[in-house]
Each structure stands twice: as structure tokens, then as C-alpha cells.
Design a protein around this ligand. Structure first.
Ligand code: FA5
Ligand code: MG
Length: 412
């Protein structure tokens, strides 16, 4: 375990050693690394689901700099955490309308590539399969990047109506509404001729789906401005996203659509129809409780946690600190392999939750050499305290060094 204790990254080898995924485990994805905070979340997955898979928890692993991620029980299962409150409220609303809906919130987050992608018809060349977007644990397993990874499995178990809540993982940009681990709730409902009657089945499914989600939004928010946007998902047709007006901007809170027929058929429900949705719990909770920054969900600070009460939907979060952000720029000539998600991962690995945003502020292509340079502005800000100049300079210095070494770019 030495590698994991001393480096900011846990290697996949260390992770899988740590988890000991029984016999079936896991050819290493050569050279691939998971950030330590991701490892720690997997380790914090409750014993119940871990032992179901025959996985042992390794107690020696140190709490990482992003220590709160190792929190147990998981956030969405804490009744008085904002994610737990909103989950419970959504369950209550949807199950009242449809008592047949079953809930699942302890499905294990390491899933097969097949479940995460193939089973829901994600094409072989889809960007989400790229290790730049999804955390691979091995060449055959990933940290689920959406709760849709469990759709087919549950259909095949004979479940026609379910809600799944879980932590999902993505390499992504850094700002106040994106985080590399967040929570989704998946809903899926199989429909039969007894439902659609004389209506065209797809039309019926779409209408019922939108009514259900609009009703849910109204239940959560009362009157709020929202709009439907046409979307694309490989597993639904037609597909939509719902956006809600939040702090003057449209915020995407969920994706949904009428499930592709081959998934319904494959799941053992030939001749039926289904709709499905996947919503972002943090995004909804941010709107509901007025939480300005997604990092706050992970804090153990009682000034945050004590503001929320189980069952209470009326809370408006009162910020307890407004420490100023500190901005630092870094500019470099790109390499062929450069990606913004890699940059964000490097910055997050150094600065943890002290990084609030990483934003491209300038791009320049040299007329003679054809080389492109990017300048990124990094915003550092703590939610709990003011940062010293010294501390930020030190972080920025390490960020610059790691960017140069790990991304093979040339600093300017
Ligand atoms: C999906 O993940 C689809 N599986 C949703 C779906 C399910 C569509 C079933 C159709 C049928 P998307 O990538 O758009 O879709 O993510 C869904 C929601 O997750 C988003 O609307 C947003 O609320 C939330 N989300 C996405 N990325 C992040 C992130 N980095 N941080 C926080 N929330 C996020
Ligand atoms: Mg989306």
C-alpha cells in the first residue's frame, strides 16, 4: 500500500489490491491511475454492498486530503443531509403517484463496461467511453458514469418500475455545478397496453414521462421557471433534458426519454414500452436549498450540516463564509495529448476542494509555428476559512510543476 499512502494518486493496482475483488478481479488497465479521493469513495461504500460482492475493505488506507469523501454512510443515505432530504422527498412524491415503484440505493458503483455502455446501446466510438471521461478500474470495469448502468440488470430481474439512487463518477470540468463524483437518481417505468389504451404508445410514454417530471419539479420547487430541451441519449428516443432557471442561468437538471425498444425487449418486457429519466441530485438540491457551490455537499462543517433537517424542504442555505477567491493564471503550449479533463484532474489532485473553478480565458495559435497556447484562470477559495498568500502560491507552484510533468505541455 506504500504507493497509495505517499502519492497523491492511488494506482489502480493499489485500489484493486485494496478492494480484493474476489476471484474475478481484474486485469489492470495498464498505467492508468485513479485519483485518491475516488479510491476513498469506493472504499467508503457501505460494507453491506461490498460484502455482497466478496470485497474486503482495507482499513489501513489513510483518509486522503479530500477526507470528507470517505464519509460513511454515503451522503444520499443520511436523512438530514441535503441529498438525503431531497432523495426522500422525491421517493415520497413519485411513490405516492405510483406505489409500484421500487427503490434501490445501495447498488455497487463498480460496474462492467458492458453494463455501463453496451447494455444501454452506447456506441463503440461514443466519447463517454473514453478514459478521458470515465474512470476505468480495469479494462472490463468502470466506476459507473451514470445510474443507467443498472437499467438492464433490474429489468432482467423482472423489475418493471424502479428508482435507483447512487454515486456516479466522471472526469469533468471544474466549476460550481460540476464535480467528479455526484449523485444521480434513475427512474424507469414499463408501460403496457392497459396504460396507453387507444393512444400511440411512444406518444403516451412521452406525455406521461413529462407530466411525471413536471409534477416532480412543481412538488420540489413550487413555481420555478423551467424548459424542455431536445437531447440525444443512445438509450432513449425521443430524448429530452429539463433545465431550470437558477441564479439567472439555465441549469440542466435531468435527462430523460422513451426507452429504446431493444432494451425493453432485452430486459424481458417484449411488447411493452418504457420511459426513463436520470436526474442530478446535487443540481436539484442546489436549486431547492439555494446552495451556491457543489463542493459544499462534501463538507463535514457543522455550519453547513446543522442548517438542514430531515423532512424539511423549506431551508434556504445561509452562507457562513464569503472568503474572497484568489485567481492564478497558468499558460502553456498544448501537446497533442492535452485534454481539459486531464488538466482539471491535475489541479484537483493538488488543490482538492480548494479549487473552485478552472476556466479557459485565452487561446492563441502562433501564425508561424502553428502551435496553440491556452491560458487558464484557476480560482482558489475555501468554503471554511481564508487562504494565505503563501498557501496559494505553494499550491500554484505545485500545480504548475504537475501540469508540466504530467501533461507534457510547455509552460509559458
Ligand atoms: C445521463 O447521465 C443519462 N444517463 C440520463 C438519462 C437516464 C437519460 C435515463 C435518459 C434516460 P447526463 O449526462 O445529462 O445524462 O447527466 C444527467 C444529470 O446529471 C445532468 O442533467 C446533471 O443534473 C447531472 N450531472 C452531470 N454531470 C454532472 C457533474 N459533473 N456534476 C454534477 N452533476 C452532474
Ligand atoms: Mg446532459
Amino acid at each position: 500500500m506504500a504507493g497509495c499512502c505517499t502519492f497523491r494518486y492511488g494506482t489502480v493496482a493499489a485500489l484493486t489490491r485494496s478492494l480484493r475483488v474476489g476471484e474475478q478481479c481484474v486485469r489492470m488497465f495498464e498505467g492508468y491511475r485513479l485519483p485518491k479521493y475516488v479510491c476513498s469513495i469506493i472504499r467508503a461504500t457501505p460494507q453491506r454492498s461490498i460484502s455482497a460482492l466478496g470485497v474486503l475493505r482495507d482499513q489501513e488506507w489513510p483518509v486522503p486530503p479530500f477526507g470528507t469523501h470517505a464519509s460513511s454512510p454515503p451522503l444520499a443515505r443520511r436523512p438530514s443531509h441535503p441529498l438525503g432530504i431531497i432523495k426522500t422527498s422525491i421517493y415520497e412524491y413519485l411513490q405516492k403517484a405510483d406505489p409500484a415503484l421500487k427503490t434501490f440505493d445501495d447498488l455497487y458503483p463498480v460496474v462492467t463496461v458492458k453494463a455501463n455502455f453496451d447494455d444501454v446501446l452506447v456506441p463503440a466510438d461514443h466519447v463517454s467511453r473514453n478514459p478521458n471521461d470515465t474512470y476505468y478500474v480495469s479494462d472490463a470495469t468502470v466506476l459507473r458514469c451514470h445510474t443507467s448502468a443498472h437499467q438492464l440488470e433490474l429489468l432482467k430481474r423482472g423489475e418493471p418500475a424502479f428508482l435507483i439512487t447512487g454515486d456516479v463518477y466522471r472526469r469533468d470540468s471544474i466549476d460550481s455545478t460540476h464535480y467528479p463524483v455526484f449523485h444521480q437518481m434513475e427512474g424507469l417505468r414499463v408501460l403496457g397496453p392497459e396504460d396507453w389504451g387507444s393512444m400511440e404508445p411512444t406518444q403516451y410514454a412521452e406525455t406521461q414521462l413529462k407530466q411525471t417530471l413536471e409534477g416532480l419539479a412543481q412538488h420540489l420547487f413550487g413555481s420555478v421557471e423551467m424548459r424542455w430541451v431536445d437531447a440525444y441519449f443512445p438509450f432513449t428516443e425521443p430524448s429530452f433534458e429539463l433545465e431550470i432557471l437558477f441564479k439567472g442561468e439555465w441549469l440542466e437538471v435531468l435527462g430523460c426519454g422513451v426507452t429504446q425498444q431493444s432494451i425493453v425487449d432485452d430486459g424481458g418486457f417484449a411488447g411493452r414500452k418504457a420511459w426513463a429519466f436520470g436526474l442530478g441530485l446535487e443540481r436539484l438540491a442546489m436549486v431547492l436549498f439555494d446552495i451556491p457551490d457543489i463542493r459544499l455537499f462534501w463538507t463535514e462543517d457543522s455550519r453547513f450540516l446543522s442548517q438542514f433537517k430531515a423532512g424539511s424542504m423549506k431551508t434556504k442555505f445561509k452562507p457562513y463564509s464569503k472568503y474572497p477567491p484568489c485567481f492564478k493564471d497558468v499558460a502553456f503550449w498544448l501537446s497533442d495529448s492535452f485534454t481539459e479533463n486531464n488538466l482539471c484532474e491535475v489541479v484537483r489532485a493538488v488543490a482538492g476542494d480548494l479549487v473552485e473553478e478552472v476556466k479557459l480565458i485565452d487561446s492563441f495559435t502562433h501564425p508561424k509555428t502553428g502551435k496553440t497556447s491556452h491560458c487558464y484562470r484557476i480560482a482558489y477559495r475555501s468554503m471554511q476559512r481564508s487562504l494565505t498568500d503563501e498557501e496559494i502560491n505553494e499550491l500554484q507552484w505545485t500545480v504548475r510543476r504537475d501540469i508540466e510533468n504530467q501533461l507534457k505541455v510547455e509552460l509559458r
